[in-house]
Design a protein around this ligand. Structure first.
Ligand SMILES: [Zn+2]
Length: 253
């Protein structure tokens, strides 16, 4: 028996595999995806339907990442403008919130309350994600009462698939009962020390009745803290088939 196709693939390693199977990624990227990113600077995206969603759902976790020197982008589907509140006011609020968390704001260019999920927007959104080269992306939970929240999650999940699942994907919760429903976490992050930064970032969205919404979100953080064994926690669901579990850099799951 001569040399089989299988022998050739095994003998030549990843390079041959990438070429033979026609994977549309460079060999370097294949190797990077198989390498646990612990120990180097991570690129994190937190996607949300509106300015404020990433801060409410992940603000304490974002502060922990940035305090360790990791880079975090808060990617908003739209600018949050809604009469009588202008886009300028909402963008200024988001800028302040990001400064408090040492993160950077970015926008996906859609219109508040009018999210579009179609082939063109799937492609356009995936390009935004690809350009940032994230190691991990957080997005909202797909069962959510707000259409814009469901939209950002469909767009993010599709980008994850288009980009060959090369980054780890997590889901977060906001305003459970009013927005997120049926969320069963797989991961808990201790935010006891960063809750004050999170609170300040949420209150930077002063036009969005933070007294009401932060009180609700803080109840969620206290409850997740009880579950996770912390004073305050943010909770997440890791998407199956993610390449790594980089939340481990913040401690136990
Ligand atoms: Zn929202």
């Amino acid at each position: 028996m001569g040399v089989t196709r299988r022998d050739v693939l095994i003998g030549a390693g990843g390079l041959a595999s990438a070429l033979v199977f026609g994977a549309p990624v460079a060999v370097g990227e294949v190797q990077a995806a198989s390498e646990q990113p612990a120990g180097r600077k991570l690129k994190v995206i937190v996607a949300g339907g509106h300015p404020g969603d990433p801060e409410y759902g992940c603000g304490g976790t974002v502060a922990r990442f940035t305090s360790l020197g990791h880079e975090v982008v808060l990617l908003y589907l739209n600018d949050g403008a809604w009469p009588p509140t202008s886009a300028a006011i909402r963008i200024a609020e988001a800028k302040k919130a990001c400064e408090l968390l040492k993160a950077r704001p970015a926008y996906a260019g859609q219109v508040n309350g009018h999210a579009v999920v179609d082939n063109g927007h799937y492609e356009e959104y995936a390009k935004i994600i690809e350009a940032e080269k994230p190691d991990l992306v957080f997005t909202q939970w797909p069962i959510d009462n707000h259409r814009d929240h469901r939209a950002i999650t469909m767009l993010t999940y599709d980008a994850w698939r288009q980009l060959q699942k090369r980054f780890s994907l997590y889901y977060y919760e906001v305003s459970d009962g009013e927005d997120t429903l049926q969320f069963s976490p797989t991961h808990y992050v201790d935010i006891s020390e960063t809750e004050s930064s999170k609170r300040a970032a949420c209150y930077a969205h002063a036009s969005q009745t933070p007294d009401r919404y932060y009180a609700l979100q803080d109840q969620v953080a206290a409850f997740r803290g009880v579950e996770g064994g912390y004073k305050r926690a943010e909770a997440f669901v890791l998407q199956l088939q993610s390449p790594h579990d980089p939340l481990q850099v913040l401690g136990r799951p």
